[in-house]
Design a protein around this ligand. Structure first.
Ligand code: NDP
Length: 271
C-alpha cells in the first residue's frame, strides 16, 4: 500500500513541497503519495486528526500553523523543543501518536555549509527578523562567534536573544547596526512586499554571505547585498534541505538534494 504524506498550510497552493517530495521518492524508489492540503485557519487540529484517521504517515506544516503544531504533538524532538518559541514543521504519525520535529534549522545549515561551502563556526552572524523563521533557525547556528538579531520591533529581537545560550548575542534595531558581519540571514518577510529594509551598507563585511530565506525572485535585500559586493543566496536550497531532513525522518533514507534544487531553479526561473 502507498504511504501517504502531506503538507498542511493556509494558503498552500504555492507550496513546492509536493514537487520536492515526489522527486525524492522517485530517486529513492519509495512508494509514497504527497499532497498539499489547505486547512481552515481555525481547523488545523481537526485536519491533522482526520489525516491520522485516514492513516497518513506524516505531514509537513507551514505558515501559519507551525506554533499550533508544536502544542498538538504528543512528543517532540530536542530540535523542536529548542526552536525558539516552539515551532514544529514536521509531524510523524507513530501508531496514532503525533511526534513533532523542526527541520528548518538543519536545512538552513546544510544549505549554507554543504551547498554554498560557507562555514558557520567562528563567524559573526546577523539575523534580520525575529518571527517564526528566525526562531526556527537559532539552534542551527551553534559555533558562531556572535549573533546579532535586528528586528523592526526591537522587543521581539530582545526576546529571541533571551532564548540564545552558549553564544554571545545582542539585539538591535535595523538603523542602529554599525559593524560588518560575515553572514547575514534575512529572516523577515519584508521581501514579500518589496520593502527596503533600513540597513546600512557597512553590515556587508569582506567575503560576506547574504542569505535571504525567501526564494523565487530578487528581494531588495538581495539587491542591496549584491551591489555592496556580498555573495548572495536565496532560500530555495534551505527549502529542499529541510524537506530532505523530513523525508529521512519518515523514510529512513537520505535523498540527494542537488538535482532537486537544480530542477526547482529551472522551474522557478533565473532572476
Ligand atoms: P513571521 O510572520 O513569523 O515574521 C515576519 C518577520 O518579518 C518579523 O520579524 C517581522 O517584524 C518582519 N517583517 C515583516 N514585514 C516587515 C517589513 N515590512 N519591514 C521589516 N520587517 C518586516 O514570518 P516567518 O518568520 O514565518 O517567515 C519569514 C520569511 O522566511 C518568509 O519570507 C518565509 O517565506 C521565509 N521562510 C523560508 C523558509 C525556507 O525554507 N526557505 C522556511 C521558513 C520561512 P516584526 O516583528 O516587527 O513584525
Amino acid at each position: 500500500m502507498v504511504d501517504k504524506y502531506a503538507v498542511i498550510g493556509n494558503p498552500i497552493a504555492h507550496s513546492k513541497s509536493p514537487l520536492i517530495h515526489r522527486a525524492f521518492a522517485a530517486q529513492t524508489g519509495d512508494d509514497i503519495s504527497y499532497e498539499a492540503i489547505l486547512a481552515p485557519l481555525d481547523g488545523f487540529e481537526a485536519t491533522v486528526r482526520e489525516l491520522i484517521a485516514q492513516g497518513y504517515k506524516g505531514a509537513n506544516v507551514t505558515v501559519p500553523f507551525k506554533f499550533e503544531a508544536f502544542h498538538l504533538c504528543d512528543s517532540l524532538s530536542t530540535r523542536a523543543k529548542t526552536a525558539g518559541a516552539g515551532a514544529v514543521n514536521t509531524l510523524v504519525n507513530i501508531n496514532g501518536s503525533i511526534h513533532g520535529d523542526n527541520t528548518d534549522g538543519v536545512g538552513l545549515r546544510n544549505d549554507i555549509e554543504q551547498n554554498l561551502d560557507f562555514e558557520i563556526a567562528n563567524k559573526h552572524i546577523l539575523i534580520l527578523g525575529a518571527g517564526g523563521a528566525a526562531h526556527g533557525i537559532l539552534n542551527s547556528l551553534i559555533g558562531a562567534s556572535s549573533i546579532t538579531i535586528a528586528n523592526r520591533t526591537y522587543e521581539r529581537a530582545l526576546e529571541l536573544v533571551m532564548a540564545l545560550r552558549n553564544c554571545e548575542a545582542k539585539a538591535s534595531t535595523f538603523e542602529a547596526l554599525e559593524r560588518p558581519y560575515d553572514l547575514i540571514i534575512n529572516a523577515t518577510s519584508a521581501g514579500l512586499s518589496d520593502t527596503v529594509l533600513p540597513i546600512p551598507n557597512i553590515i556587508f563585511g569582506e567575503n560576506c554571505l547574504a542569505y535571504d530565506m525567501m526564494y523565487g525572485r530578487e528581494t531588495p535585500f538581495m539587491k542591496q547585498a549584491r551591489e555592496a559586493g556580498a555573495q548572495v543566496a536565496d532560500g530555495l536550497g534551505m527549502l529542499v534541505e529541510q524537506a530532505a531532513e523530513a523525508f529521512q525522518i519518515w523514510r529512513g533514507v537520505r535523498p540527494n538534494t542537488l538535482p532537486v534544487i537544480a530542477m526547482l531553479s529551472t522551474l522557478i526561473g533565473k532572476y
